[in-house]
Write a protein that binds this ligand. Structure first.
Ligand code: NI
Length: 183
């Protein structure tokens, strides 16, 4: 399975909306396998299709490394055609980063829990509630499918703090430990 190069800020594909997948064809399955491989290779906890230049409405994740000892773990998770149908619980602030914005992290406030409707690894429809780290990663990856990046939530002041980093990434000058799409 090939490792796919990751698309970095400010590539226009990261701002496009994705299209639902109609069936779990061998091509789509092979693409999903590559997404998992690419995510693990880059030590990421989640990866959305636009981050490898595709507009399929798919993201993969494995938030187990981030789970607290008392939190439930899920192993690898696949979300095809996800829709967040409800957000609930307290608003929680946590540090976030993104493979497409290497070495930039900042605090983002999001709801504690989400209810997601999606298709699983057998293309069967599921509706499930998630909380904790899983809910956090789901919301971050889901945003990618809508063309939204975590830096969009930052204040103008915080954005300015990251300006030189973002410029460097935009120009393709930032070193990464994983393959990125050349600018
Ligand atoms: Ni991201």
């Amino acid at each position: 399975m090939p490792i796919l190069p990751i698309v970095t800020y400010n590539d226009p594909v990261l701002r496009q909306k994705t299209t639902p997948v109609e069936a779990l064809t061998p091509e789509i399955q092979s693409f999903i396998n590559d997404m998992f491989e690419t995510m693990y290779n880059s030590d990421g906890v989640g990866l959305a299709a636009p981050q490898v230049g595709s507009l399929h409405r798919i993201f993969v994740m494995d938030a187990d490394p981030m789970a607290d000892e008392d939190e439930e773990t899920f192993g690898p998770l696949l979300f095809i055609n996800p829709e967040i149908i409800e957000k609930k619980g307290d608003k929680i602030t946590m540090d976030e980063g993104c493979l497409s914005i290497p070495e930039v992290t900042d605090k983002v406030t999001r709801p504690e829990k989400v209810v997601v409707n999606y298709r699983d690894d057998k293309f069967e429809e599921q509706t499930k509630e998630f909380d904790g780290w899983v809910a956090r990663v789901i919301q971050h990856e889901y945003d990618h499918l809508e063309g939204v990046l975590f830096i969009d939530y930052l204040s103008a002041f915080r954005r300015r703090m990251h300006k030189s980093d973002l410029k460097e990434i935009d120009k393709g000058l930032r070193e990464t430990s994983y393959p990125v799409k050349p600018k």
